[in-house]
Design a binder for this molecule. Sequence first.
Ligand SMILES: N[C@@H](CCC(=O)N[C@@H](CS)C(=O)NCC(=O)O)C(=O)O
Length: 252
Amino acid sequence: MSSPPTSGGANKTQEEVLPPTLGSNSHPPNLFDGTTRLYISYICPYAQRVWVARNYKGLQDQIELVAIDLQDKPAWFLEKVFPAGKVPVLEHNGKVIGESLDLLRYLDANFEGPKLLPDDPAKQAFADELIHDSDSVIVALFKAGRAEGDTISDLVGPALDKIEESLGRFSDGPFLLGQSMSAVDIMYAPFVERFKDFFAAVKHYDMTEERPKLKAWIEELNKIDAYAATWGDRRVQLAAMMKKFGLEIPVA
Ligand SMILES: N[C@@H](CCC(=O)N[C@@H](CS)C(=O)NCC(=O)O)C(=O)O
């Protein structure tokens, strides 16, 4: 993998002005005019994956963000962009491509910037294993999110221990594949961090306790602008999580 752009790729130190969220009353952008657009929701962890990748590769000027209100979707989005009604979606060269993992691979194959997946065969094999496991980790997090009482650590502990162990695999850096943030970190982190904050607030469970590598991983990720810039207000993210689990909290 190329050297890590700690400032988020291509010297993008300037903070990006994020576009407003578009709902059913919005006008569409000038669809299929040759502009490359990444449709996201600011609270969607799947969309966040691709947004982080876009930033990390320094593609802020090449890929325009379009934020969709998933609770109030614009008809033009459903009719003209993506009838499945999901984010993330990329509009590129007259095509529309969905699915976060496919999009991470697509960005790596079709755009310049630091590679999201390694060339080193040992790292590639481990990346495949971790990507394969990511859905089961997400399932465990959601199960633990719905659990009552102290079963949380039983439900999510093994998945978190596996991440902790994986973070020790390559000693050349704090990320899952070692030295640089990769597609694998990007697959896991939006979910792990959301649940970390949710478990801390609602279940009084600290997932980093006795998992020093997990703690350091989260700290290191947040030093990368490309990643940190996609979180916005953490209270809004927490409120969205609480809503997902049927709990309402006021957002100050
Ligand atoms: N497997 C898809 C999942 C994408 C997904 O489920 N996105 C959610 C938001 S986080 C969505 O758009 N849901 C449609 C809706 O809320 O109506 C991926 O990896 O991109």
